[in-house]
Design a protein around this ligand. Sequence first.
Ligand code: ATP
Ligand code: MG
Length: 408
Amino acid sequence: MVNVALSARKSAAAATSSTVPLRRSGGGLAALLAEALGLWRGEAFAGFADESFASTAAAALEEQRLVAWEDYAGARLQLGDHAVLAGELGELIEQHPLRERLRAAHLRALHGSGRTTEALDSYRKLRRLLRDELGLEPGAELTALQEEMLSAGPPAPVQRQAPPTQTPLPAPQTELVGRDDAVADVRALLGTHRLVTLTGPGGVGKTRLALEVARAEDEACLVELAGLPRETTVDGLADVVAAALGIRDGARPQSSVERLAEALRGRRLLLVLDNCEHVVEPVAAFVPLVLPASDVRVLATSREPLDVSSEHLREVPPLDVPTPGAPSAELLRSGAVRLFAARASAASPGFALSAENAETPAGIRRRATAALRARRRRPHRKRAARRTPRQRPGIAGVPVAATGAGTR
Ligand SMILES: Nc1ncnc2c1ncn2[C@@H]1O[C@H](COP(=O)(O)OP(=O)(O)OP(=O)(O)O)[C@@H](O)[C@H]1O
Ligand SMILES: [Mg+2]
């Protein structure tokens, strides 16, 4: 078992190391690196990282993984995927705040998607950290980037490379915990339903689950809708989907959605429409226009249903929590406790889950789940009132609604 895990990590590392043919550029390189990063299933030598025989190798593998992330970010920037990349890199930056190349890619992604104030804030945060922890100043690349952001005003729109290519699936940054049954279930549902919507409160893990399902498909594309304005029209949505699919817009006299439906004719594809809740209406109108003409299936994630007749709803529950007083073996098997342990050991490398400390996360999760249930019992608010723009992502599988961190 350990051998299998180790060799999987080694092959992931090998795939993400300098053997990657860097002559490839743009979409090809991004897709290759995304695939390689997807092979990474968690911390290298997990459980042995403190042993002297493993610590050097584990650190080297982790370094290779981070370099691969930096290369991947560079390739996505070349493709003009700034908005999506800004979100994807957020968690990694939290974990590795002093990595200058990663930080530079994140600043470029934020700046290039119109979030220059956040980019400048992030630069200031890095400078403070470098001074406080190492007594250093940011390097030349970051300083030049800050000056460019201060003087340039809004960036010129990035020219996408021609021909446009399909945006690769984002590479998962952490191991998926406790969702094997849900992945199998959603895959089976997509065998019989063309539109499946994963519902549930913010942070419960809808996007993460959808991504895992998509990764097992021959052809899949994730379209991130969180940044779209509420006023988005069906044609505006079709343009966003077409751009993610790398479909070049023909100059024919149809509407965008008709052109997209035609381009998708006969194509077999899983389209993941992610974070639909604030653009439910255009998505609900878009899906029936596109599905009949193609072999496309849609997996939507949304805090609320789309309310389309062909829709199959699948609620994503919080990760399983052990009952109070459960034996320690049960505590250690629970998905919620394992996810907590994974996050705790990433933040604090010496941390190890044990029978003694496992009850604490279980207690937190039980209270969060109880709060969520109480919230659900409150009278239903109007759909329109709930459809506010997203403010912040959930925290590692703990529903935002339960923690009070979200807006709804
Ligand atoms: N089963 C899991 N294993 C590991 N990490 C998880 C799991 N579920 C969720 N996460 C992590 O928790 C965070 C929140 O999950 P995710 O973004 O999928 O929630 P969501 O339900 O889509 O929330 P939102 O409604 O805000 O979009 C992410 O960092 C995700 O990677
Ligand atoms: Mg989501």
